[in-house]
Ligand binder design. Structure first.
Ligand SMILES: C[S@@+](CC[C@H](N)C(=O)[O-])C[C@H]1O[C@@H](n2cnc3c(N)ncnc32)[C@H](O)[C@@H]1O
Length: 495
């Protein structure tokens, strides 16, 4: 492996810590000894490690079946050729949503009592997200799909699990007159044969868009969605959801999917392809979200290609969402991204007068992921502050940054949440006035402060800030910015 490749690998974020497989991956030898149906698929490589042939659909399907049974108590099956999910990877998306819901980025509401209610767009025959969400976290789900085979098998998978069956509704998406007909019949063997995308021996996850694909078309190229409804027309009057999630059809053509050598887990035409690919599909979800607004607290989708992530974030800015969050998912050797947005006004942060008047502030950044050092954190602080236009002087030997921020810079930092999406901080901070109403405190002069980063023990950094002018009239603003910085750094560097 080249050092560049090795570095890329090391820099990748780890599997979500709440994921059942975060400490150790599935033990094939143990599973083979306990499940005779899995045993024929396990062989031992020269280094003595138990392996399975990832190019064998039956092997990957059996692995998924026994992992769902062994680790989640779920009965599960899919017919030949349908997209076979990888349990550890799919669990990461569920845990990311769990993080979003438990964060205080937007206020909590309880439209469905104490229950969290989600909508899985395109649940597939495998129905993996509702099954995992309901069994791991007790979430209620509506899982939608368009093909008969997906609807039939999703229903079967739900009914095979009576302990959670009540929590999951499978909903058929009715095609509108002006949409293209649904392209797949599950009895169409030739379509299935063609669409069982190629498999490789080294990648343990399903299809990734090929790098030579037309995903690289310039922004504005003709990729509008004209398929069946996605959310609008499927969500019923009066329904409220905490989130929606989606593993969209990534490709524009089956040829594009089939050209990719890094695929291994089946997938039929309807599962893998939609006109305009994922960009068009997710753009349509964004358009639906503009109409549905706060019907969902969070709208989320998985994205297969980073260039699409950028385009979609720009689209979100255009339509005026209040919050955008992104994440990167570890998928074997394949990268995927998560995109989340909301129309719910961000939670109001109230800064007490005591904190507002402090001139020296600090916080401990604990649980910093191994691949990040103090200098990474320092640079991230610099870029966070520069986004608002503040002037920063970074000193990499003393690990300090001297900052001067004007009124406008401070306002830009506190107001413009979407500018910080990639750093993850998207909370609008407001100061409570004596009358109880809230407003942004606009300063009349500049704010000068120094930020210092100290390594405490491995994985723990101390971040300090001190206001340079003790007579400054802006301490409230100083603490607001520092608090936003803290949130930003925690999101970027800590698990
Ligand atoms: C990539 S598969 C995802 C299946 C499953 N959620 C998973 O993660 O393995 C995409 C699914 O979206 C479905 N689909 C396509 N267009 C849809 C639409 N407009 N509404 C609902 N589902 C749709 C397809 O039939 C397919 O089952």
């Amino acid at each position: 492996m080249t050092s560049k490749k090795r570095r890329r690998r090391e820099e990748r974020p780890a599997i979500h810590p709440k994921n059942k497989y975060s400490e150790s991956p599935p033990d094939f030898a143990l599973l083979a000894s306990q499940y005779p149906s899995f045993e024929p698929y396990v062989f031992y490589s020269r280094d003595g490690r138990p392996r399975i042939d990832w190019t064998d659909f039956n092997a990957t399907r059996e692995l998924t079946r026994i992992l769902l049974l062994h680790d989640h108590g779920l009965n599960w099956w899919i017919p030949d050729g349908q997209l076979c999910p990888t349990v550890p990877n799919r669990s990461n998306y569920i845990h990311w949503i769990e993080d979003l819901l438990s964060s205080d980025i937007i206020p909590k509401t309880s439209s469905n009592g104490d229950k969290v209610k989600g909508f899985d767009i395109g649940t597939g025959a495998n129905c993996i997200y509702p099954l995992l969400g309901a069994s791991l976290l007790g979430w209620i789900f509506v899982g939608s799909d368009i093909t008969d085979v997906a609807l039939e098998w999703a229903e079967k998978n739900v009914k095979s699990n009576p302990h959670i069956a009540e929590l999951i509704e499978i909903r058929k998406v009715e095609s509108c007159e002006n949409t293209l007909p649904i392209q797949e019949s599950h009895n169409d063997r030739s379509a299935q044969d063609k669409s069982n995308v190629g498999m490789s021996s080294h990648v343990d996850e399903e299809a990734e868009p090929s790098s030579s694909s037309s995903f690289d078309l310039p922004i504005g190229a003709n990729r509008s969605y004209h398929g069946p409804p996605i959310l609008l027309g499927v969500v019923r009057d009066g329904e409220k959801f905490d989130f929606c999630m989606c593993n969209p059809p990534f490709f524009e053509t089956m040829g594009e999917a089939g050209l990719n050598p890094k695929t291994s887990c089946g997938g039929t035409l309807a599962e893998m392809v939609c006109p305009g690919g994922e960009r068009a599909f997710i753009s349509q979800i964004i358009e639906d979200s503009v109409a549905l607004k706060q019907t969902f607290r969070w709208y989320t989708s998985m994205i297969g290609r980073k260039s699409n992530l950028k385009v979609l974030i720009s689209k979100l800015r255009e339509v005026g969402v209040t919050i955008v969050r992104t994440t990167e998912f570890v998928q074997g050797q394949t990268c995927r991204w998560g995109l989340a947005w909301s129309f719910v006004p961000p939670a109001r942060k109230i800064i007490s007068r005591q904190v507002a008047e402090k001139k020296n502030l600090s916080f401990m950044l604990e649980g910093v992921q191994r691949q990040f050092s103090a200098i990474d954190v320092l640079q991230s602080i610099e870029s966070f502050l520069c986004t608002g236009g503040a002037s920063c002087k970074l000193n990499s030997s003393s690990f300090t940054i001297d900052v001067t921020a004007s009124n406008d810079h401070c306002n830009a930092l506190l107001k413009n949440e979407v500018n910080h999406v990639h750093e993850g901080s998207a909370v609008k901070h407001l100061e409570e006035t004596s009358s109880g109403s809230s407003c942004l405190h606009v300063p009349t002069n500049s704010l000068c402060f120094q930020i210092m980063v100290f390594q405490q023990i491995p994985g723990t950094l101390l971040v300090k800030a001190s206001l340079q002018h003790r007579d400054s009239s802006l301490p409230g603003l100083f603490s607001l910015i520092f608090r936003q910085l803290e949130e930003n750094l925690r999101y970027n560097f800590c698990r």
